[in-house]
Ligand binder design. Sequence first.
Ligand SMILES: Nc1ncnc2c1ncn2[C@@H]1O[C@H](COP(=O)(O)OP(=O)(O)O)[C@@H](O)[C@H]1O
Ligand SMILES: [Mg+2]
Length: 321
Amino acid sequence: MSLLQIEGLQLQFRVDRETVYALRGVDLSVGAGTRTAIVGESGSGKTALTLSLLRLLPPNAQVKGSVRFLGRELLTLDEAALRQVRGAQIAMIFQHAQAALNPLLPVGRQIADVCRQHSGMGRAEAWERAVEVLAATGIQQAAARARDYPHQYSGGMAQRALIAMALVCEPQLLIADEPTSGLDVAVQQQVLALVEQVVARLDATLLLITHDLAVVADTCDQIIVMYAGEVMETGATAQVLERPANPYTAALLACFEQTDEARMPFIPGRTPDMRQAPTGCSFAGRCAMTRDICHQQRPQAVEVAPGHFSACHFAQEVADA
Ligand SMILES: Nc1ncnc2c1ncn2[C@@H]1O[C@H](COP(=O)(O)OP(=O)(O)O)[C@@H](O)[C@H]1O
Ligand SMILES: [Mg+2]
């Protein structure tokens, strides 16, 4: 069953007198219970996509299309109903956890507040629950640490606190946007393990944005590859990693192999100017396989194998190569 169904999603930002086309017609479906990775170079629209789902966008943003969560349209939902969905059914863990916490309130209080909003618990009970979930995320002496302010937490602890906050809501969908960026490698692994543990415990669906393909291979069963505000390829992790059907994915995998580190991959050539409305394939300018049609017509997604889609005029050829 599809938990999240996105159709024709477009997102534009007005900047000065120009338009930035951040999402250019995204179609995708995330099945309940899957662990889906979103990968793609910086600026490809990964964060924009997740923020659009919950309409957590700045005033210069305009979003069009359809986002259905459990069959319910989110893009036209009123604010009050949307607030219920945010946190209660869909929780997000952002990169830079420190910045996502309120610097003026003790960490435990922030978790307790979320808890009260969603469960109607009293103050004391919510505080107890906050301490409990902090402890569950591996924070030592949680009762004492709950009284600390965010600046007293390390980056890894702050990320744990955000995960604790997501945990109290018991969401059906957990969105984690590069949850380990900026953390030490050892801490990264602990935080990822914790995310996996929480998802398993809640029997939730995970949408994980990461540029670390090793993490994707270990953690996720589905992959969405994004580039220039479009979905280039989707499929089961093994299909996409072992038999990519899009030259962009192949390039991403190739440069990841070269760096062999959890660093941002780098593909030669420049990403397209997002202020232009698209003609043709957005990867055409950097693709080794480009032919005339690639500059003229935007490729539609084709199914190269069951459940494996690629938006490339030569998808089947690439997959068979
Ligand atoms: N508030 C904003 N105003 C204008 N452009 C933005 C804004 N936020 C993001 N963008 C643009 O939208 C595109 C997608 O950005 P983003 O979703 O952050 O990429 P990713 O998360 O994949 O690195 C980029 O071209 C970025 O510059
Ligand atoms: Mg991002």
